[in-house]
Design a protein around this ligand. Structure first.
Ligand code: COA
Length: 168
């Protein structure tokens, strides 16, 4: 496979992020992202490039001083099942720990990938920050079909450090 490089995103990547996320909205039942919002929050993203094109991305979004959420996790179809999403999540775990967060969360319709990354399925009320910031204004509040996933970051210390930035 082409050489793959993980790097933080920059505002100039907003268009590519918008296209990548937009192409997988239905499959991942992802939240649509606005281009201006992506430009504003580009620094929260880590991306994986192959041949100069962004093939995968994930965002670390703060929910409170102690809890951060992994959002907009997408890997292009031709680059799946080689560990790219795991690398992105490991990178964001390292970033979250360095920033002083204690817990990572993610909301998903398919928990299998996050379970492989040591997240646990928890009741939604265990993530009150998410309920306040997003759920209360959602039309599916109290009828949500997503799984709330949680990873205490001290578990990362126990299971090992984030891998190197360049992947084969
Ligand atoms: C989910 C997604 C990000 C996974 O990306 P990926 O790069 O293929 O995942 P990885 O190769 O890093 O997989 C890591 C582990 O999770 C497992 N895994 C990945 N996707 C899985 C799936 N759909 N079902 C079961 N296991 C899965 C892999 O087998 C691997 O297991 P291992 O550690 O035992 O080898 C990718 O399929 C995707 O972009 N889907 C569409 C968008 C989406 O659903 N995003 C998530 C919404 S929260």
């Amino acid at each position: 496979m082409t050489d793959l490089v993980l790097r933080p995103a920059a505002p100039a990547d907003a268009g590519a992020l918008h296209a990548l996320i937009g192409a997988h909205l239905d499959e991942g039942r992802l939240l649509p992202r606005d281009l201006a919002d992506l430009r504003r929050h580009a620094a929260r993203f880590v991306v994986c490039e192959a041949g100069g094109a962004i093939k995968a991305c994930a965002e670390l979004a703060p929910l409170s001083a102690t809890v951060a959420e992994i959002r907009s996790l997408v890997v292009a179809r031709d680059f799946r099942r080689v560990g790219l999403a795991a690398r992105l999540v490991a990178d964001l775990q390292g970033r979250a720990r360095a920033a002083g967060y204690e817990t990572l969360t993610a909301f998903t319709h398919d928990p299998r990938f996050f379970i492989r990354q040591n997240f646990s399925i928890v009741p939604h009320v265990w993530v009150p920050e998410k309920i306040v910031s997003t759920c209360r204004s959602c039309p599916l509040f109290r009828r949500c079909t997503q799984y709330a996933m949680l990873l205490p970051l001290d578990a990362v210390t126990r299971y090992g450090a984030a891998p190197a930035a360049r992947v084969a």
